[in-house]
Write a protein that binds this ligand. Sequence first.
Ligand SMILES: *Cc1c(COP(=O)(O)O)cnc(C)c1O
Length: 242
Amino acid sequence: MSLLSSNIKINLGSIRERMQDAATRAGRNVGDIRLVAVTKYMPAEYVQAAMSAGQHCFGENTLQDALGKQALLHNPLNEWHFIGHLQSNKAKSIPENFAWLHTLDSLKLASKLSAGATRSQRTLNVLLQVNIADDPDKFGLPAASVYAFVEDLLGAGLYGIRLRGLMAIGRRNDSPEATRANFAALRELGEACAARFDARHFSELSMGMSNDFEIAIAEGATMIRVGSSIFGQRPTAAPDYS
Ligand SMILES: *Cc1c(COP(=O)(O)O)cnc(C)c1O
């Protein structure tokens, strides 16, 4: 095994252990928490190394970077999650190439995703991105407009996209207490939506990254998105597969 592969395997093992510990502390089953390994900007060898260590759920944030790697890494077990902000002109290609999108924040985007799902005869699982901390630097719906958005989205009856839950990104420099309060607010919003609408649309909470995933697990995350703790520091640009 190469040094790269053994490092990634060790890192994955340690993340899985920390997930287990955090779940135990919260009285939760670790099997209810999905680890999305964030491979954005990392070369295909890194993804391959994670696959060899049994990881098959991956997060990418640009279409081009993801498609380059997917073409090199065929494996029916792989499950790709789109976690970046998406321009709606790219949306039609998402359902064919991803199982999940974590960043829905407009009806225009929803309708383009639906058109792509229809064209490729796929179903895309979607999460609403919520700007839970009202951070002016972040995308996502303000928490106060989530009910109205869900009403419109479900009312539109769009084919091929299935609403599954909520997603948020913690603020990098927040204290653990502030992070926890924001994750708790996302969980409460999800619970309120489940009570108000159909609970099946709100079973998932995507929150927590390398620096705060244990807090997210304590507050009910069902998906955590972890990159640098598995793969090391990221290059600042995507690899070139042309
Ligand atoms: C990059 C990214 C992550 C992973 O961040 P790390 O700090 O490297 O774990 C998670 N979620 C989103 C939306 C990201 O863009």
